[in-house]
Ligand binder design. Structure first.
Ligand SMILES: N=C(N)NCCCC(=O)O
Ligand SMILES: [Zn+2]
Ligand SMILES: [Zn+2]
Length: 310
């Protein structure tokens, strides 16, 4: 029997410690099929800081999640052992060392991971861990931004550059790379040329509006096939109306409904890990952003729970 969350009929959801979805901690159960882990790190940001407080805010906002997912018809916490594995500690004064710590922290967890950031820098070490376990992975990247830029102020490891580094390091299957939700001004047309050269296909925020969720899901599923898939969700893929609490907001984004529906369209695929990053609670209002991020994480956990575990 898997140990599930604290029963909200016995202990009110606003009481007690805020683990993700009120799940047990890893040290309380000793094993996990799926682990939610935080990475409170934001030293890679180019604009507003504050995503270091993302994991705590998302856990707090996750108190209201319930154990049955009707759209996916799964009770994820019954089907597999899901735990909160706490936070990976990363040096806020040394980005390269922090990246090493995140990779080592992920490697030490014997489970499929849904990681809560933290800024987008952390996707690089998480993809290193994913590729070590599975070989080069397909990537589905939800974001307003490409995050395939080369350097900022000469720095190679930032929240705007993780996916270029990941391609350079051979972590990704370059036949199956997609960005979804891209919008907003770029530095120049060459940003798009270089992104394409790395192997990415783009579904813009406007494409989601014009083509609709079902057509977008079909196209993504075709590109991904049955490859091992890593999903990286930058919460700024959502419109600032749906996610004000983030560091580099861009107008004209997805609704939380669109994002959740696209994620649900991935059921039956071969998801191997995921992250939800860039929640910066200081700019949030009424937990709008952290509630959205907690639901995204819940859907990712549910997708992982739907898969087979030996
Ligand atoms: N990964 C996020 N959220 N943002 C990247 C923005 C990079 C820039 O300031 O141009
Ligand atoms: Zn972004
Ligand atoms: Zn990003």
């Amino acid at each position: 029997m898997n140990k599930g969350p604290v029963d909200s009929a016995r202990v009110p959801r606003f009481a007690g410690p805020a683990t993700f979805a009120r799940l047990p901690r890893l040290d309380e159960v000793g094993r996990a099929d799926v682990a939610v882990v935080g990475v409170p790190f934001d030293s890679g940001v180019s604009y507003r800081p504050g995503a270091r407080f993302g994991p705590a805010a998302v856990r707090e906002a996750s108190r209201l999640l319930r154990p049955y997912h009707p759209a996916l018809d799964v009770s994820p916490f019954e089907r597999v052992q899901v735990v909160d594995a706490g936070d990976i500690v990363a040096n806020p004064y040394h980005i390269e060392e922090a990246i090493e710590s995140v990779e080592a922290g992920a490697a030490a967890l014997d489970a499929r991971l849904v990681t809560i950031g933290g800024d987008h820098t952390i996707a690089l070490p998480l993809l290193r861990d994913a590729a070590r376990r599975h070989g080069p992975v397909a990537l589905l990247h939800f974001d307003a931004h490409l995050d395939t830029w080369d350097t900022y102020f000469g720095a190679e490891y930032t929240h705007g550059t993780p996916f270029r580094r990941a391609v350079e390091e051979g972590l990704l299957d370059t036949e199956a790379l997609s960005h979804v939700g891209i919008r907003g001004p770029l530095y120049g047309k060459k940003d798009l040329d270089e992104d394409r050269r790395l192997g990415f296909g783009i579904v813009t925020a406007a494409d989601v509006l014009r083509r609709g969720v079902d057509e977008v899901v079909d196209a993504l599923r075709q590109r991904i096939g049955d490859r091992p898939l890593y999903v990286s969700v930058d919460i700024d893929v959502l419109d600032p109306a749906h996610a004000p609490g983030t560091g580099t907001p861009e107008a004209g984004g997805l609704t939380s409904r669109e994002l959740l529906e696209i994620l649900r369209g991935l059921a039956g695929g071969n998801l191997i890990g995921a992250d939800v990053v860039e929640v910066a609670p200081a700019y949030d209002h009424a937990e709008i952003t952290s509630v959205a991020a907690s639901h995204v994480a819940y859907d990712l956990v549910s997708l992982l729970a739907l898969q087979e575990y030996k």
